[in-house]
Design a protein around this ligand. Structure first.
Ligand code: APR
Ligand code: PHB
Length: 387
């Protein structure tokens, strides 16, 4: 078969790109290695920047989000058993939306289905050919070999995908920082700890109280990434979380059985450039941020937005967007990488911190509490920098 844009990966980046291009009359196919159920069972962050919310609305994807999501005008930051609020709305005029990535992905699948979009699941051995010339992609499905000829390939296949690896080593530069801890996450059918998120710095390590809705809470604690999960019984998790949250919050905390529990590593990673000839990288295929501040999905959306604009202009006869895609996307990626790194560094305890490092973090959080200028810097990054 032949399409204009062959999209590898059916996560948020690939689905959103396909959806926006379809609405502009550009033909795509999405090749996804996993089943749809598998993709929708992955639990990821749940905070959408204002620009992400607007992008979803602009493209007809906002109805359920607007009904079921929760706009938040601020967040709490805590340290040394005290919390204070950073009011995004008062400082920037913008809010964020609490709405899980799983829900965004599910809405994207519904939109692709409604439009009759081609999404192939369980596509095996996806391979990119001749991205420097006449591109095509091959894959296996149900034992048969398939070939897709195309003008462009969008690598939306996440950090472990094949697209980035197709770019020659002498072209691609990668930068990486692996953090010396992970996040142990728990989802539970309990009332959230507060009306907004709480990010807590504590001598025993970071804790985050987040939520999905009035009866579904999401909590994380900093933990050794190689801790066996069975060490973390529900009781051990709740005990440790309570120790790290301010005591008034801890005392009122509703606990219950975990319905999901996992440990995830934290990493900052950027690959440049994000285009090589007829291949583009989009979302996690090109960059990973640590989850503190929830930038991962928001970056996937901004990449998909930039690339869709570039491709739409290209089919209208203007290649400036294609040529500028990598620089434009990376300018935003690096700023979100910086913010996620700053927020991660500030809120976590690192083995090398020592007393001096710990005091510096506490002093910075104290400064944040007292300085509108410092809070504005945090708020404008948290709600999302402009496109
Ligand atoms: N062939 C086909 N599909 C693949 C391949 C492959 N070789 N390798 C990976 N995939 C699929 C994965 O199964 C996954 O569904 O590509 C998809 C990539 O999706 P994500 O990892 O969700 O990446 P992206 O769409 O860029 O979204 C970024 O996801 O990981 C979070 O925090 C991140 O929120 C951010 C968002
Ligand atoms: C989440 O709810 O999963 C979440 C929220 C905020 C973050 C990270 C994760 O910064």
């Amino acid at each position: 078969m032949r399409v204009q844009v062959c999209i590898i990966g059916g996560g948020p980046s690939g689905l959103l790109l396909s959806h926006i291009l379809h609405r502009a009359g550009i033909e795509t196919i999405v090749l996804e290695r996993q089943t749809r159920d598998y993709v929708l069972s992955r639990i990821r962050a749940g905070v959408l920047e204002q620009g992400t919310v607007e992008t979803l609305r602009e493209h007809g994807l906002g109805d359920r989000m607007d009904r079921e999501g929760f706009p938040h005008g601020g967040t709490y930051v805590a340290a040394r058993n005290r919390g204070f609020r950073v009011g995004f709305e008062a400082l920037t005029g913008k809010r964020v939306m609490v709405y899980g990535q799983t829900e965004v992905t599910s809405d994207l699948y519904a939109a692709r289905d409604a439009a009759g979009g081609a999404v192939v699941h369980e596509a095996e051995h996806v391979a990119i050919h001749d991205a420097g010339g006449t591109p095509h992609v091959t894959y296996r499905k149900d034992g048969a070999e398939h070939r897709v000829d195309c003008d462009w390939i969008a690598g939306c296949d996440g950090f472990h995908g094949i697209s980035r690896k197709t770019i020659p080593k002498d072209v691609l530069r990668t930068v990486e920082r692996v953090y010396p801890f992970g996040w142990l996450g728990v989802l539970s059918r309990t009332k959230p700890a507060d009306d907004e998120l709480i990010y807590a710095n504590h001598a025993r390590g970071f804790a985050l109280a987040s939520m999905r809705n009035e009866r579904l809470s999401r909590y994380y604690i900093q933990a050794p990434v190689d801790d066996p999960l069975d060490k973390w019984t529900d009781e051990a998790f709740w005990d440790e979380l309570r120790r790290r949250l301010p005591s008034d919050v801890a005392e009122a905390l509703e606990t219950g059985p975990s319905i999901e529990k996992s440990i995830a590593p934290l990493r900052s990673f950027v690959a440049e450039p994000m285009r090589w000839n007829r291949l583009f990288l989009v979302g996690d295929a090109a960059h990973i941020v640590p989850p503190t501040g929830a930038k991962g999905l928001n970056l996937a959306v901004s990449d998909a937005r930039y690339l869709s604009e570039a491709l739409i202009a290209h089919y209208g006869g203007d290649d400036a967007g294609i040529d500028g895609y990598s620089d434009r996307a990376l300018a935003r990626v690096w700023k979100a990488t910086r913010f996620s790194w700053w927020f991660t560094t500030l809120m976590h305890r690192f083995p090398e911190d020592g007393t001096f490092g710990a005091r510096m973090k506490e002093a910075e959080i104290d400064y944040l509490e007292g300085s509108e200028a410092a809070q504005t810097v945090m708020a404008e990054n948290y709600v999302g920098l402009p496109f």
